[in-house]
Write a protein that binds this ligand. Structure first.
Ligand code: BGP
Length: 487
């Protein structure tokens, strides 16, 4: 390891998403989103894929569910009513940047509305003013797994081309109203994820598509998101010339299970579905391997005449990504033990430890990932998610001694420093995922906690929702204060 060193002005911070923290799902003119319809289920962490088996029947049940039903995203951690207290804690932590997402349904109660919802605009304006008061730079994800329900009910989710214009109108409203406060933007969270969770990425419910293969639905929906993103990027460049707008991907490195060439080929090919939409957003065109894949399947994507030009004009300024873990791949996985992950499964790696949810912890994999992304894209990088989901215990002294989270953070910070100083990676920020405990995206539970700040709430919405600083709070404070040199 080389000497710990980070560039001056490095953006240390934390990240959240509206649907996982805000709550207030039906207040002040907010429309419903698909997230408001996902019930809590005791899935257990070894049953990871269950969460994506969402049917039209589940949706119907959600629409008539009474207040006693357990839909955790509807209450979040009540940030909507407590954002000032939360931001004060972020400031005390020393955060330089806060990554948050805007809820489309708060800005437009119905995506077709001609005028935005003033109460929604005011909420975010107040929030940005509060951040400014504390010298915290916002980084905004315009769409984080939170499509308005109307897109599913009245359209066919992102499979419908109409979503492009509706999204661009929404993005334009964000630039117009919040552009004075927000310098860093990201269009879609984990843009590669639609094939793994079509409901929350695309508002797509599989049983609604009976006469078309569902993977073709996903390719088409992704094309629409690519066009929507490119148009939003172009608009942002025109309306806010000083702002930077990036894309966001799920990054995890895959290792070959053995040095057999077949395993290495399988590993390389495993990453392609994760890279392909970032390739489009960075290079402004479909990569040849994606076009080959479509023609091999005999699929044609419906495109409009100027789509190619739109993609070329909407190239992003930076690549941001989530990084939690690495995985392993083999040509023949039969009989091999599998490990769950951040929505991407792979073969279990015997050389690295796993979190309580089976995600394989690998700080060196972060350095490898940074180098891969730097070498591939040659534009600045930003780690917008990294963190450890763990069960925390409140001890008799009322404290949370989360040394495991501190260890995870320490090792990942070292890996970043090495990537910057040894490997020449251009990295300009790091936001820890879930700087305050929030509702898990994959399992919709509260028990899987990431925060430096503990929230007193359980999976059923019981608790005071009071906030408490964990041991890791003071540790991250010291990391930030020393610009990553006092670990
Ligand atoms: C990413 C999502 C986040 C977040 C994180 C952790 O994929 O962008 O929204 O939740 O993963 O996942 P989980 O909450 O399932 O532990």
């Amino acid at each position: 390891m080389s000497e710990l060193k980070f560039p001056e002005g490095f953006l240390w911070g934390g990240a959240t998403a509206a649907n996982q923290i805000e709550g207030a799902w039906n207040e002040d003119g907010k429309g419903m989103t698909i997230q408001d319809c996902l019930p809590f289920r005791e899935v257990g962490h070894d049953d990871f894929t269950k969460q994506f088996e969402f049917t039209s029947k589940d949706l119907e049940e959600a629409l008539v569910a009474g207040p006693e039903a357990n839909y955790p995203k509807r209450r979040g951690i009540d940030h909507y009513h407590r954002y000032k207290e939360d931001i004060a804690l972020f400031a005390e932590l020393g955060m330089k940047v806060y990554r948050l997402s805007i809820s489309w349904s708060r800005i437009y109660t119905h995506p077709e509305d001609a005028e935005p919802n003033q109460a929604g605009i005011d909420f975010y304006l107040d929030l940005f003013k509060e951040l400014k008061k504390h010298n915290i730079e916002p980084l905004v994800t315009i769409s984080h797994y939170d499509p308005p329900l109307a897109l599913t009910q009245e359209y066919q989710g992102w499979y419908s081309r109409e979503c492009v214009d509706l999204f661009v109108k929404y993005a334009k409203t964000c630039f117009e109203y919040f552009g004075d406060y927000v310098k860093y933007w990201v269009t879609f969270n984990e843009v590669d994820a639609m094939e793994r969770h079509p409901v929350t990425s695309g508002g797509l419910i599989e049983d609604r598509f009976t006469d078309i293969p569902f993977d073709l639905v996903i390719y088409q929906a992704m094309h629409h998101q690519m066009i929507a993103s490119a148009k939003a990027v172009k608009l942002c460049h025109e309306m806010l010339p000083d702002a930077k707008i990036g894309c966001m991907m799920t990054k995890l490195a895959f290792y070959a299970y053995t040095c057999k060439p077949e395993d290495n080929l399988a590993t390389q090919q495993r990453m392609r579905p994760i890279y392909r939409y970032v390739d489009i957003q960075v290079f402004g065109e479909y990569p040849k391997y994606l076009l080959n894949e479509l023609s091999k399947k005999g699929y044609t994507i419906q495109m409009e005449a100027d789509d190619e030009a739109v993609l070329k004009e909407g190239k992003v300024d930076f690549v941001s990504f989530s990084y939690y873990m690495t995985s392993t791949m083999a040509a023949d996985i039969e009989g091999l033990e599998m490990a769950p992950g951040n929505t991407v499964n792979g073969v279990k790696n015997p050389y690295i430890p796993s979190s309580e949810w089976g995600w394989q912890i690998d700080p060196i994999g972060l350095r490898i990932s940074l180098v891969e992304l730097h070498d591939r894209y040659r534009i600045p990088l930003f780690i917008v998610e990294n963190g450890l989901g763990a069960r925390d215990t409140v001890t008799e002294d009322g404290k949370i001694h989360d040394s495991y989270r501190i260890d995870y953070l320490k090792e990942h910070v070292k890996a970043m420093s090495d990537a910057i100083n040894e490997d020449g990676v251009e990295l300009f920020g790091y936001t820890w995922w879930g700087c305050i405990d929030l509702i898990s995206e994959s399992t919709r539970e509260m028990t899987k906690r990431y925060g430096f700040i503990y929230v007193d709430a359980d999976n059923y919405g019981n608790g005071t929702y009071n906030r408490t600083r964990k041991d890791s709070f003071y540790y991250y404070q010291q990391v930030i204060a020393s610009n990553g040199t006092d670990l």
